[in-house]
Structures are given as structure tokens and as C-alpha cells.
Design a protein around this ligand. Structure first.
Ligand code: LLP
Length: 416
């Protein structure tokens, strides 16, 4: 854990959160670089027995500082838009280590990816395959492709983040994939290089990954019989973390599982982790604006803080649990069961329900495990500027993304 308590105050890698809040204000996202690096190195070691490439899923936390530092550690990237591609390139990522996922790649996005020379397009439909071929022909290139197989595996996670069931929009069933491989193999401007899947997110058990990999390997065998040979197999991301009391997925078990299945094959392994590298490295710092203690026995007590659903939407959107703790000790705090809510005008604007805590107005709070899908999913709802992002490294901190200003929010708008 990068966060530790000393005499009631929370510290991240030796830096007091109160000092950070004093300097940058709240709400603020704060990340421990040491924690991200450690998670990356742990996973890299877990996969050491397979020839592998970690393609960090940029969507989980796309701050350029983090992308640049991960690139330095040898990470590749899994992107899902032209914007993410531009971000990775601006951060110094290598095009040849980028895989491009997503069901709706536009012509412009495909062209850019072809021009810079990414490692692979993870193709999600017949129409997309044909569009990529057409664009590659126009640009006189050969597009490296993988078909995203939907293995119909139940990852037992929140329905919004289960992506490998036949009822969702992602990938194609194995039968369709086989047809698409035959078509791609015969196409002049397509280069068949791999196969991939991504079955969901926040999965804490290795079994669904094994089931998905087995389904992919059955298809690899069929392709072998037809002399269509692949260079890599990409099992996606989805490695689960601990938000409350779930057991974090042991990535060493993923390494062992993959090694057993890939040992006799000449296939590189690609993984696309997002959450597991960054979730627990980040917190959202917020300050209590007002306390509204219960007025009747059957009413609720509210702590209104300065962060809201526009800053961290996971509780409102997925009923996600994020631990919330005071980052400093203050006098005259009141112990109660508090609903921690934001200033946004919706009853769905909450960060935590029924948290038994001693709170006071003006107190600094830390919302944990906010490093993944936190800032990146923030919005300007209620015309609220997006929070700043701070990185802590080696005992000091720096702002890697300044707080958005109201002027910036209004700048490009016109009154018609
Ligand atoms: N690869 C693909 C193709 C993906 O769609 C995703 C995530 C990943 C990799 C990375 O998955 P991870 O390792 O982070 O679980 N906003 C949601 C999570 C959405 C995940 C979408 N896809 C949340 O806040 O829980």
C-alpha cells in the first residue's frame, strides 16, 4: 500500500496529503508512481515464462506522465480511439507496441493507425475488417490484424463491464472468426498476425481467463490446419483488484495458466491490463464542505464534499464501493453513519453510502482505489471544472495535469 497513516494523517510515499491539498486545492487526484511501477513489474515477472508484451489499457488512466513512464518501463499500449493513439505517441510510446481495440473504429482512426504503423488492429466485425482492408489498399499498406473472439465466457462481474458474453456488442463468435480469418488470409492488404479477446473487467478468478484462452486455442488449432498461422495471442485485460474485501487476482496464477497452455506453441502472449496497474495507486482527495446531520431517527446524515459524481462516477454508475477515510485528524468531529455526497443536483450523486466515520466541516478525505476509471471518466456536468492530477514520486509531488479553469470550459463555446 502506498498510503500510510502517521499520527492520524495520511501520507502517500512519505508525502502528507494535507501538504498536497494545501498546495493544489481539492478535489484532486493523487497517484503514487512507485505503486504503478511495482504493479507493472509484478505483472512483468508473473509473465516472464512466456514471450510477452504488456499493452497497458490507456482508457483506465490516460495521463501523459503515466503513459510516458510506463513506456520507459517497456509497456506497449491498448488503445480504443484516435485520441488515445495521439496521446500515446505524444507521450513517446512506440507505434509497434500498440494494439487498437474497439467496435467503432472510424476511417480517420484507421488511417492514422496505418500511417504510424501500429502492431495490430483488434478487429471486432466483418464490416470493420473490410473497411481496414479498403483503407490499407488506398494507403498502399498491409494492415496487421487480429480477430477479437467473443468466447461466451461469464466473468461474473458487473453487467456493464462483462464483455465476453454473446449478448454484448464486442467481438465475434468463433465460427464467424474462422470465416473472417479465411477472408483476411486471402486479402492482399491484410496481414493476419494474431487472435484476441477481452472478457470483462474486475475479474478476480483465474478460471474465466483459462476458459477464454482454451476457446481461443481451439480456434488457433483449426487455423493451423488451414495453414493460417498466427504470431500472437492476446487475452485482454480485466485483472481484478481489491475495492472492499474481494481477493485481488493473483497475476502469478495468470502467468502459470498461460505458460501451461502456451509452452508448446510459438505464440507471443499479449495482455491488456488497465485497472490492475493503476487502481490502487490513486486516490481522490476531497474536502468536507458541510455536514447535514440527521434531523429525525429515520433520516440520513449527509457529508457534502467538494468532489462529486462528475469527478468519480463509479459509485453512481456501477454501485461501486470506494473506501473513504479522513486524511487528517481534526477536533470536534462527529461520529455517525454518513452518506458522502457531492454538490451535483442529483440524488444519484454520491461517493459512498452509510460510512461510519468521525467527520468535521473542512476536513480532508481520501477516496481510495480511484486511480483507474476515475479522472478519465470525469465530466463537466453542472459546469464543474475537472480536478487536477498530481503524481508523487521519490518523496515529492508535482502537478501533471492542472485543474481545469472555468475560462477553459467556456472558451470554445459560441452564442449563436
Ligand atoms: N482491453 C479492452 C479491449 C477493454 O475494453 C478493456 C476495458 C481493457 C482491456 C482493460 O480492462 P481492465 O484491465 O482495466 O479491467 N469503466 C469501468 C471499466 C470499463 C472497462 C472497459 N474495458 C469501471 O469503472 O469499472
Amino acid at each position: 500500500m502506498p498510503f500510510e497513516r502517521r499520527e492520524g494523517s495520511l501520507y502517500v510515499d512519505g508525502v502528507a496529503l494535507t501538504d498536497i491539498a494545501k498546495s493544489v486545492g481539492t478535489p484532486a487526484y493523487v497517484y503514487s508512481w512507485a505503486s504503478i511501477r511495482q504493479r507493472f513489474e509484478e505483472l512483468d515477472a508473473a509473465l516472464a515464462d512466456s514471450n510477452h508484451q504488456i499493452c497497458y489499457a490507456v482508457k483506465a488512466c490516460s495521463s501523459m506522465t503515466i503513459l510516458a513512464r510506463l513506456a520507459e518501463l517497456g509497456a506497449g499500449f491498448d488503445i480504443v480511439s484516435g485520441g488515445e493513439l495521439e496521446r500515446v505517441l505524444a507521450a513517446g510510446g512506440t507505434p509497434g507496441a500498440i494494439v487498437f481495440s474497439g467496435v467503432g473504429k472510424s476511417v480517420e482512426e484507421i488511417d492514422l493507425a496505418l500511417k504510424v504503423g501500429i502492431r495490430c488492429f483488434n478487429v471486432e466485425s466483418a464490416s470493420e475488417l473490410r473497411r481496414i482492408e479498403e483503407r490499407a489498399a488506398i494507403l498502399s499498406r498491409r494492415a496487421p490484424i487480429s480477430i477479437r473472439v467473443n468466447p461466451n465466457v461469464d466473468p461474473k462481474t458487473h453487467p456493464y463491464i462483462a464483455t465476453g458474453l454473446k449478448t454484448v456488442k464486442f467481438g465475434v463468435p468463433a465460427e464467424v472468426a474462422l470465416e473472417l480469418y479465411r477472408e483476411a488470409h486471402a486479402a492482399e492488404h491484410l496481414d493476419v498476425v494474431g487472435i484476441d479477446c477481452h472478457i470483462g473487467s474486475q475479474i478476480n478468478d483465474v478460471a474465466p481467463f483459462a476458459e477464454a484462452l482454451d476457446a481461443l486455442l481451439a480456434l488457433v488449432d483449426q487455423l493451423d490446419n488451414e495453414k493460417i498461422s498466427l504470431r500472437h495471442i492476446d487475452i485482454g485485460g480485466g485483472f481484478g483488484v481489491t475495492y472492499q474485501n474481494e481477493a485481488r487476482l493473483d497475476t502469478r496464477a495468470i502467468g502459470t495458466m498461460a505458460k501451461e497452455r502456451l509452452a508448446s506453441r510459438a505464440l507471443d502472449l499479449i495482455v491488456e491490463p488497465g485497472r490492475s496497474l493503476v487502481a490502487d495507486a490513486g486516490i481522490l482527495l476531497t474536502r468536507v464542505e458541510y455536514l447535514k446531520p440527521r434531523i429525525a431517527e429515520d433520516a440520513k446524515s449527509f457529508a457534502v464534499v467538494d468532489a462529486a459524481m462528475n469527478d468519480l462516477i463509479r459509485p453512481a454508475l456501477y454501485q461501486a464501493f470506494h473506501d473513504i477515510q479522513p486524511a487528517e485528524q481534526v477536533d470536534d468531529s462527529v461520529r455517525d453513519s454518513w452518506d458522502i455526497v457531492g454538490p451535483v443536483c442529483e440524488s444519484g450523486d454520491f461517493l459512498g453510502h452509510g460510512r461510519v466515520l468521525a467527520l468535521a466541516e473542512g476536513q480532508l478525505l481520501a477516496i481510495f482505489s480511484a486511480g483507474a476509471y476515475g479522472f478519465v471518466q470525469s465530466s463537466n456536468y453542472n459546469t464543474r471544472p475537472r480536478a487536477c492530477e498530481v503524481i508523487v514520486d521519490d518523496g515529492s509531488f508535482a502537478v501533471m495535469r492542472p485543474r481545469e479553469s472555468i475560462a477553459e470550459m467556456l472558451r470554445s463555446e459560441v452564442i449563436v
